[in-house]
Design a protein around this ligand. Sequence first.
Ligand code: NAP
Length: 297
Amino acid sequence: MNVFVTGAAGFIGGSIATGLVRAGHTVTGLVRSTEQANELSALGITPVIGTLDDSALLAEQARAADAVINAASSDHRGAVEALLNALRGSGKVFLHTSGSSIVGDASGGKSSDVIYHEDSLPEPTVDKAARVAIDNLILAAAKDGVNSAVICNTLIYGHSLGVKRDSVQLPRLLKQARKSGVVRHVGTGQNIWSNVHIEDVVSLYLLALTKNVPGTFYFVESGEASFIDMTTVIAEALNLGEPQDWPLKDAEAEWGYEMANYGLGSNSRVRGKHARELLGWVPKRTSVVEWIRDEMV
Ligand SMILES: NC(=O)c1ccc[n+]([C@@H]2O[C@H](COP(=O)([O-])OP(=O)(O)OC[C@H]3O[C@@H](n4cnc5c(N)ncnc54)[C@H](OP(=O)(O)O)[C@@H]3O)[C@@H](O)[C@H]2O)c1
C-alpha cells in the first residue's frame, strides 16, 4: 500500500513508518525540517515538509495515498478535519493516534480499582474533552465512507524503530533521575497505567491497515504496572537509591501540568479486546518492568 504518515520523525509515527517500509509498503511521511527529511530518506521513506496546519497539503497527500496514519498529534483538530474531508466517500483507511490519558483520573499518585473497556468509555474530564471530541469525529466518519479507527495507546515503552529513540513518559522519569540523582514518582507512586511495547504497537497499526472494521476504537495494551514498581526498577537499573515520593506541585514544576497530572500522576487502566478479536493482534511483550531491567539503559 501507499501510506501517508504524519509525525513520521516522531516516536510513534517514525516507528510505524519504518515498520511499514520493512513490510514492503510505500511510505510518504510528514516532517517539519530538512534534517528530518534527510533522516527519513535514509530509511526509505519519502519525506514531505509541512505542518499539521497546512490543510491543503494534508488533503493532497491523503488523496494521493491508499491509507493515512495520523501519528503527529492526538490533539490537533484542524489536521483531523482536513484529512477526513479529503477522505470522505473514499472508503480508505484512516488510523488516528489517541492516548489513554482520556480516562486518566489525575489522582496525584493514588491507586484506583477502576478499569475501562472500549464499549463503555467514561465522560472525559474537562482537560480531556477536546481530545475525546476529536476521537468521536473520527469514529463518526465511518458513516461517511471513511474506514476510520481511533488507536488509543497506553504508556508505550521500548526504543523507536525510527529516528527518534524515546517515548514520552518513562524518559521523563529517567531524565529527572539522571539530573538529580534521585528517582521520583508523583505522590506515593501507587497509580497504575496500562502499557505496551512500541514493536507491538507497530504490529497493531499494520494489521489495522488491512483488517480494520470502520469506526472502531482500540485500546492498545498488553500489561499494566504501578509507577512505584517502575521507579523501583529504574533506580536499580541506574544504580541509584530507593525511589522517592514527590509532592504534585514539585512534579508539576519539573514536568508541567499535563505530564505531572495525567502522564505520570494518574491511573489509566484499560483493557482492549477489539485488537485481539477483530485484528488477531497477539502482543509479544507483556512486562514493562522486565524491559526497564533488561533493555532500557
Ligand atoms: N508515546 C506514548 O506513549 C503515547 C501514548 C499515547 C498517545 N501519545 C500521543 O501520540 C502523539 C504522538 O506521540 P509521540 O510519542 O510519537 O510524540 P513525538 O515523539 O513528539 O512525535 C510527534 C511527531 O509529530 C510531529 N508534530 C507534532 N506537531 C506537529 C505539527 N503541528 N505539524 C507537523 N508535525 C508535528 C513532531 O515534530 P517535531 O519533531 O518537529 O517536533 C514529532 O516528530 C502525541 O499526541 C502523544 O500525546 C503518545
